[in-house]
Write a protein that binds this ligand. Sequence first.
Ligand SMILES: C[S@@+](CC[C@H](N)C(=O)[O-])C[C@H]1O[C@@H](n2cnc3c(N)ncnc32)[C@H](O)[C@@H]1O
Length: 300
Amino acid sequence: MPAPFRPRKRLGQHFLVDPNVARKIVEALQASPEQPVVEIGPGTGALTGLLLERYPRLTALEIDPRAIATLQTRWPALDVRHADVLTVNWAELAAEKGEKLHVIGNLPYYITSPILFALLDARDVLAEAVLMMQREVAERLVASPGSKTYGILSVIAQLWATPALLFPVSRHVFRPRPRVESAVVRLTFAQPLPDVDPTLLRQVIRTAFNQRRKTLRNSLRRLLPPGQTLPAPWSQARAEMLTPADYVALTRWLQRSSPPFSPKGLPSPISDPLKRQPQSHAATPCSPAETEASDPPLSE
Ligand SMILES: C[S@@+](CC[C@H](N)C(=O)[O-])C[C@H]1O[C@@H](n2cnc3c(N)ncnc32)[C@H](O)[C@@H]1O
């Protein structure tokens, strides 16, 4: 069905036109019918109709009033809210629904990374998220240590959730066609990690990857108390060699060394990242500074 209005590229409006792909995405959601589902960016409703058939407690969040008018005409009873997904208060929405939320959406690709970080931040009130995104970002979410695509997003996503790359989607099933290929990912949100300050953990990961060419001994220097140095297995490693679990262990060690972050300070055994087998891209040069909003240009 052609969009009843001119798609706006600046809003990432590439509408899905293949009903089989739409069905596959909706079927990837593991929510049961009585659970609350939130759709990000319903657009003209490629997923919305299918979702409503299964999930009567659906809420849709859309920024474009023209899309909202279309949705209200097609499904007058739909709970569609005019909202910028980046400013949504997920905790309030979950409180309103009375339980953890299941999120779904074909994401607007110009803000994929900020949406992912916002959802990961809201992990305590979310159960799962099934999201279509550019394939390159999907691959980053599931990347392993030592690989070219392993970065801040990989580590944080793998700590706060279990990401699974479900299936690829061709750029030919959208109108207008995006320039990049897509993929669908499911994030199953994890329980909080015990005995680790999440703010410090994020700061450690970010600081290490922002200078990924340097050894951790140098890149993390400013996080250490004066006179303190990193122990041997970590000090010579680079950011991309550490697993998500290593970052947790490293942060716990820092908490013990820096009193402000040291409420409990439990010891944690670590493996030696220098002895780990690097993967095929282990020696890749530094990519341009990885930032949370670094999504590539997308439209044709
Ligand atoms: C890739 S389209 C997907 C549309 C529809 N779900 C589909 O599959 O055809 C992305 C949708 O997100 C909406 N959108 C863009 N920026 C948004 C934002 N900040 N908050 C909420 N929705 C947004 C766009 O208007 C568009 O409807």
